[in-house]
Design a protein around this ligand. Structure first.
Ligand code: GUN
Length: 294
């Protein structure tokens, strides 16, 4: 059994990106610039955005953090998005989710210029991805594809079971793995809360991608011997022994499942660090103008 080391892989990729940025800047090019909009003070969002800003530093990117209080109006937020869309110095930007309930999330996502949508959440990027056109791919599925590829895990002809159908992970993951590409070319089944016989379906899988947000859901008896298990879960579970008061819990019962696997990602230190590095890769591609050539 091999533990897929997302921390190590992400550190290697950040070093590769930093090298490319050095070359761009030395040749007189512009330093990639990522902006992040953060609304309110949600603990998880604060942590993620701080990690994104830190990753920008490590990659040699410029970063801007734009903060609004919880009571910001939709109009004010949309005006800021318009400003960033028009700012030639910003190559890509994200609006950290979730947003306060009074702000319509989809309207905000659709206000972002797809050419700067380095999160890959805009319907134009989602649609282009699903028909195999150049686009920005959502960071978590992109990070998983990078891990599969760097660990030499073959997906062609394999049975993949994706647990969860979120717009950010489950749906794009299933779509990418069924593409005629490498990684891809897999036979994909998506399971969700209305799926009947989920255990049986999982037992067929060569590769399980668990993205339900349900701690410890994938049990030993749901995994075929030698399967690859990718755990996307990051539920915060109260833990009084930790300084933070919580620990991150994956969707896989790791202790019991790991011995049956050929490869498995731990939580933390598996998919999580790859998500941020994929955002950096998307920002580099935005700065280079690699995706939308017009
Ligand atoms: N909230 C949880 N994950 C993400 C992400 O990848 N991007 C943004 N913008 N918000 C998130």
């Amino acid at each position: 059994m091999t533990i897929i080391d997302g921390r190590l892989t992400s550190a290697q990729i950040k070093a590769e990106i930093a090298e490319q940025v050095k070359e761009i800047v030395a040749a007189g090019g512009t330093r990639p610039h990522l902006a992040a909009i953060l609304v309110g003070h949600d603990g998880g969002s604060e942590t993620y955005v701080a990690a994104k800003v830190k990753a920008c530093e490590e990659c040699g990117f410029r970063s801007s953090l734009i903060r609004f209080e919880d009571d910001v109006t939709t109009e004010r937020l949309l005006a800021e998005i318009e400003r960033l869309n028009a700012d030639p110095e910003v190559h890509g930007f994200i609006v950290q989710l979730p947003l306060p309930r009074h702000i319509p999330e989809q309207k905000v996502i659709e206000a972002i210029d797809p050419r700067k949508d380095v999160d890959g959440f805009h319907p134009v990027n989602v649609g282009r991805s699903s028909i195999g056109l150049p686009c920005f791919v959502s960071a978590t599925p992109a990070g998983i594809l990078t891990l599969l590829s760097r660990y030499g895990i073959v997906t062609k002809g394999k049975e993949v079971v994706v647990l969860g159908r979120s717009n950010i992970v489950g749906k794009p993951m299933a779509s990418l793995l069924m593409q005629k590409s490498d990684p891809g070319n897999a036979t994909v089944t998506v399971c969700h809360s209305a799926t009947v016989g989920i255990e049986e379906i999982c037992r067929r899988a060569d590769i399980i991608i668990a993205a339900l947000g349900c701690p410890g859901f994938v049990k030993e008896d749901m995994v075929k011997p030698g399967a690859v298990v990718i755990d996307v879960g990051t539920t915060r579970v109260p833990d009084a022994t930790r300084k933070s008061g919580f620990r991150l819990c994956g969707d896989v019962d790791y202790a019991n499942v790991a011995p049956k696997c050929s490869y498995i990602t731990p939580v933390p230190g598996g998919v999580g660090p790859m998500t941020i590095v994929s955002l950096m890769q998307n920002t580099l591609r935005a700065a280079r103008g690699d995706v939308y050539k017009d």
